[in-house]
Design a binder for this molecule. Structure first.
Ligand SMILES: *[C@@H]1O[C@H](CO)[C@@H](O)[C@H](O)[C@H]1NC(C)=O
Ligand SMILES: *[C@@H]1O[C@H](CO)[C@@H](O)[C@H](O)[C@H]1NC(C)=O
Ligand SMILES: *[C@@H]1O[C@H](CO)[C@@H](O)[C@H](O)[C@H]1NC(C)=O
Ligand SMILES: *[C@@H]1O[C@H](CO)[C@@H](O)[C@H](O)[C@H]1NC(C)=O
Ligand SMILES: *[C@@H]1O[C@H](CO)[C@@H](O)[C@H](O)[C@H]1NC(C)=O
Ligand SMILES: [Zn+2]
Length: 511
């Protein structure tokens, strides 16, 4: 990528100059050469397809063109609509149907409690014995399993604990209540633009969802099962490997006993290994330990120390470290440099996977996170939404082959961009910038797995010319840019290739 990339650019530059100077060249040829060159530059543009892949590509592009033509006629194009309204239309799309079947490789940007559709939490978990809830004055919920009840201490800023079993018994309409719980666990509603008047409002709701869900999921038996079911959901969506940002907050038992980070990481590892054993075509999961970027430098330093310890103890599962939470409201990476430089000063290898540039406030210290992340040797850039506005960050990311993790639906729902055709990754896709596509917190956005985000990237961000090459490159990138060892990448890619060939065969045969 590094060298061929540079040569590629030079070649393009040269070709452009020669063509524009050489007036004898027919305009038409010049134009064709420019178009051809652009097609080569776009992500996957240099991939050579097999005969069978060419056939599959024709089928795919026929479906895509038909859907886009129809969308233009009706003036109703899912990627340019809010996902909450687009979801139904996406599910009717034949392209989406293909994308669901496509082996997508890895999902590299996900968070611990956003990977599983919320139905199971409501219909199974909240029906388990000893489940308590309390109401906050602003209408949010907290949950806690405990026996003997009531759990202590009484939560701050919340009503007394109420046993859910008892509460349901005195309700007129339990279905209605359960539906309200479902609404509590996602951001989905009818008029998002009105209900979420600005980013502060939606981030507050987003964080309250995490609080509500975490009371359920941090209960030890649920913790295991939630994770296993989350893996199942991604596996069914044809994803082979996950990297999960996890805060490793204390998991608790019914009697109130709590577990430390090591316990959580060990549990993740056990569940993932069992899942991989039961599904030999699944590679596994690696964890990126994450602290909140609102924390001060001392607390972040503590968590960096913990991350180093965990990395020594769990080299298989522990991929590295990140900071999470709303970037605009947190500390900049540079503010936290004292903590983040600890591993380097000790000669310790702690890979970073920083969220950076998830902001629209150009020129702020937060916006400079994309530069800071690179200065601090990040392995990938989470979102990198602001990357296009930083020519040097873009340059360094390109030259050092550090990809961005594009999460289209997350960026739209959290109000960085409304029409996904205008997503800044469009310019990066068209110039073949290193990137992967991921889904961040699909369950909270009302999505599932990885396919919805692939749909948005393929149909909206990539434009008309994104084709099977684009998709293949994105899948290949997800393995290439993962934190897996060279050996594991090789075996994961071999398994992927088999799945891909089968997928291509099926697509080529499509009527
Ligand atoms: C929840 O699901 C488990 C299986 O995973 C089942 O054993 C249990 O009975 C269910 N509980 C409720 C309350 O539905
Ligand atoms: C309970 O609420 C649901 C959903 O709002 C509704 O469909 C159902 O008819 C209600 N049932 C009763 C008995 O009122
Ligand atoms: C959350 O659930 C409570 C209890 O049913 C309800 O009052 C509240 O409206 C729900 N919140 C949302 C956002 O639906
Ligand atoms: C980043 O990597 C370079 C080159 O390997 C190294 O010299 C530098 O110390 C690293 N910086 C940090 C903060 O890890
Ligand atoms: C970006 O990187 C290339 C090397 O690939 C270098 O030649 C070029 O000058 C850089 N651009 C800027 C703006 O520094
Ligand atoms: Zn994220």
């Amino acid at each position: 990528m590094l060298l061929t990339g540079q040569i590629k650019w030079l070649a393009v530059l040269l070709a452009t100059m020669v063509f524009s100077l050489c007036l004898a060249l027919p305009l038409d040829d010049y134009r064709k050469a420019l178009i051809r060159t652009e097609e080569m530059l776009q992500i996957g543009g240099e991939l050579l397809l097999t005969e069978q892949e060419e056939l599959a590509n024709e089928k795919l592009m026929a479906l895509k063109n038909a859907e886009i033509t129809q969308a233009m006629k009706k003036n109703q194009f899912p990627p340019s609509m809010h996902f909450f309204r687009a979801k139904k239309l996406i599910e009717e799309s034949k392209v989406f149907c293909v994308l669901k079947k496509m082996p997508k490789g890895a999902a590299l940007h996900l968070h611990d409690f956003g990977i599983l559709s919320v139905d199971w939490l409501v219909r199974n978990v909240t029906y388990r014995p000893h489940c308590h809830l309390c109401f906050t004055p602003s209408g949010n919920l907290k949950f806690r399993f405990a026996d003997p009840a009531p759990p202590t201490p009484k939560p701050e800023g919340c009503s007394e604990w109420i046993l859910l079993e008892k509460y349901r018994k005195q309700l007129q309409n339990v279905t209605e209540f359960d539906n309200s719980l479902l609404r509590n666990f996602t951001l989905v509603l009818e008029d998002p633009e009105i209900a979420y008047s600005d980013q502060a409002v939606i981030w507050a709701r987003f964080e309250n969802i995490f609080i509500a869900v975490s009371g359920l999921v941090h209960y030890a038996p649920v913790f295991r099962e939630y994770f296993a079911r989350g893996l199942e959901e991604f596996y069914e969506d044809n994803v082979q490997y996950l990297e999960l940002r996890a805060t490793l907050y204390p998991v608790y038992e019914l009697n109130g006993q709590t577990h430390d980070q090591e316990w959580s990481l060990k549990t993740y590892q056990e569940v993932a290994q069992k899942f991989a054993k039961d599904h030999p075509d699944f590679t596994g999961v690696r964890i990126i330990y994450s602290n909140n970027r609102k924390n001060d430098v001392d607390r972040v330093a503590e968590s960096v120390q913990i991350a180093m310890k965990l990395r020594v103890k769990f080299p298989e599962s522990m991929a590295g470290f990140d900071l999470v939470g709303q970037e605009d409201k947190g500390h900049s990476l540079w503010d936290l440099k004292e903590a983040l430089l600890l591993p380097a000063t000790q000669g310790f290898d702690l890979p970073y996977f920083f969220h950076a540039g998830e902001t629209n406030w150009q020129g702020t210290s937060i916006d400079e996170n994309v530069l800071d992340a690179l200065v601090l040797n990040t392995t990938r850039i989470g979102h990198g939404f602001a990357l296009g506005r930083h020519p040097m960050a873009r340059n360094v990311s390109w030259n050092r082959d550090i990809p961005i993790e594009v999460c289209p639906i997350s960026n739209q729902v959290l109000q960085l961009v409304s029409d996904l055709r205008n997503h800044p990754a469009a310019s990066l896709m068209s110039s073949g910038h290193p990137m992967v596509v991921s889904s961040d917190d699909p369950s909270i956005f009302g999505a599932k797995g990885l396919s919805y985000d692939f749909y948005e990237a393929f149909m909206g961000i990539g434009g008309m010319k994104a084709d099977l090459r684009t998709l293949k490159q994105l899948a290949l990138n997800s393995i290439k840019y993962s934190s897996l060892s060279v050996d594991k990448k090789k075996t994961t890619k071999e398994v992927w290739q088999k799945k891909w060939d089968k997928f291509v065969d099926d697509l080529a045969k499509l009527l």
